[in-house]
Write a protein of this length. Structure first.
Length: 166
């Protein structure tokens, strides 16, 4: 009986430790997440980018470019399909130009607000997409990240994107 109680107590301590250390997000985790996301873009790894989205991902996008602004909302499935289409297009561009043309993506984390208890974080980030010396897209986003079992995922948020024809 005592062994059972001690065993259950030890299991509860281990479970609490695993939950606490694997589920708390810090600013360092946020910055690592964006570094990993940038690596996935550079490696054209659409599957990895999709894996970084939580099941409840939802992003509200306002796109400014030619004509009036367009607003849409994407769930994980739609956003992942767009990522895969964009990766296929950039890969085609690179292949057709024999590697001379490729998109450069850059992030700048402007602010991180970790919630009390560290269960999630609201992140303000800007990004720039360039083709050679021409900036073709700028974005400003606020998104929610969380960490579970040592993996950081994005739940989406709101983004504004400005595009040009280069």
């Amino acid at each position: 009986m005592i062994k059972t109680v001690l065993g259950l107590g030890a299991a509860a301590l281990v479970a609490g430790y695993v939950y606490q250390t694997g589920s708390v997000i810090t600013e360092a985790h946020v910055r690592e997440f964006y570094g990993d996301q940038l690596k996935a873009y550079e490696q054209q790894d659409a599957d990895q980018l999709c894996e970084m989205m939580a099941d409840d991902f939802s992003m509200s996008l306002t796109e400014h470019g030619e004509g009036p602004a367009r607003t849409s909302t994407q769930d994980r499935h739609q956003a992942c399909a767009d990522v895969k289409d964009a990766m296929a297009l950039t890969q085609l561009l690179s292949e057709r130009s024999r590697g001379l043309l490729s998109l450069d993506v850059d992030y700048d984390v402007k602010g991180v607000e970790v919630s009390p208890g560290g269960r999630d974080a609201i992140v303000r980030v800007t990004s720039r997409v360039s083709l050679g010396d021409s900036v073709i897209a700028l974005s400003r986003a606020e998104e929610k990240l969380s960490r579970s079992f040592w993996k950081v995922k994005t739940h989406g948020g709101e983004a504004k994107v400005w595009t040009s024809d280069g």
